[in-house]
Ligand binder design. Structure first.
Ligand SMILES: NC(=O)c1ccc[n+]([C@@H]2O[C@H](COP(=O)([O-])OP(=O)(O)OC[C@H]3O[C@@H](n4cnc5c(N)ncnc54)[C@H](OP(=O)(O)O)[C@@H]3O)[C@@H](O)[C@H]2O)c1
Length: 263
């Protein structure tokens, strides 16, 4: 039977790169993103390369509380998902005290609240179906409080802590549902940085920066080997290993430097 994957934010950036690889593996795709035109354009692009592909997308705002119930109803009505990738998210850059409160709260709603609600909704239906996997996209900013991205990094710390703990709880309970957390370093070739007005931010030009393709490859390598957490980008993995030996003030300085502007 055809395997299915629901990818939030599947029509852009990391989600699109992962979609391509899931089609290579023969999966049927369900997407939820904001922009209907982008969904259609990305779908048309993939269908040119994979004419037999089955891709269905819905334009829904994950920041609205009723969206999750609509997604579950839709996907379950189509036979359910073997894999859910909670990838949709965005950043709000700048000193938190100066950012718009509404913008920061909208980010919490999408990056954390919707991810939690979708995870909670799909665990029981996947258990009832005999198994499944949920891949939650956090960030390397989940590891360290991050000035300039204070609330964004906090949402990603939530994603990482929640997903890692849930993964252990489900494994201990003998659940057939597996949770994997993904922590990408800065991804230079997706619309994320421009949408967050972070074009001039140093981290996207750092040696640790990665690409959507590398992130998608690393997600699938981690998935295939049964990893509970994946740090994507080879350079970032080496940097994170070295950071274990760095004193806290050095880590704080490096983090501030990385999220500062170039020049
Ligand atoms: N880029 C990075 O440097 C980086 C680093 C670490 C982690 N991440 C994380 O990786 C994930 C994917 O980011 P990306 O780099 O691929 O950026 P992206 O290309 O901007 O993709 C984000 C996706 O999320 C969707 N989305 C945003 N808000 C939404 C909402 N309210 N409702 C429904 N969909 C929504 C977008 O939909 P539309 O395109 O239709 O607006 C888009 O498809 C995010 O969770 C991000 O936080 C990114």
């Amino acid at each position: 039977m055809t395997k299915t994957v629901l990818i939030t934010g599947g029509s852009s950036g990391i989600g699109l790169a992962l979609s391509e690889r899931m089609l290579e593996r023969g999966y049927r795709l369900f997407w939820v993103s904001l922009d209907e035109a982008e969904i259609e354009a990305s779908k048309a692009g993939l269908l040119r390369r994979f004419p037999e592909a089955r891709i269905e997308g819905r334009a829904l705002d994950l920041g609205e509380s009723h969206s999750v119930a609509r997604i579950v109803q839709w996907v379950q009505g189509e036979g359910g998902a073997d894999i859910l990738v909670n990838n949709a998210g965005f950043g709000v850059y700048g000193p938190s005290a100066r950012n718009s409160v509404d913008a920061e709260q909208a980010m919490i709603d999408v990056n954390a609240k919707a991810l939690h609600a979708l995870t909670r909704a799909f665990v029981p239906v996947m258990e009832a179906a005999g198994g499944g996997a949920i891949i939650n996209v956090a960030s390397n900013s989940a590891f360290v409080p991050t000035p300039g991205l204070a609330v964004y990094a906090a949402t990603k710390a939530f994603v990482r802590h929640y997903s890692n703990a849930l993964s252990q709880e489900l494994a201990r309970a003998g659940s057939p549902v597996r949770i994997m957390t993904v922590c990408p370093s800065a991804v230079a070739d997706t619309p994320f940085k421009q949408r967050a007005q972070m074009d001039a931010v140093r981290t996207f030009q750092s040696f640790t920066a990665t690409t959507a393709g590398e992130v998608a490859d690393d997600i699938l390598k981690g998935y295939d080997r049964g990893a509970a957490e994946v740090i994507t980008g080879a350079a970032m993995r080496r940097a994170m290993w070295l950071m274990r030996f760095a004193p806290a003030p050095v880590v704080r300085w490096l983090t501030r430097r990385e999220t500062g502007q170039v020049g």
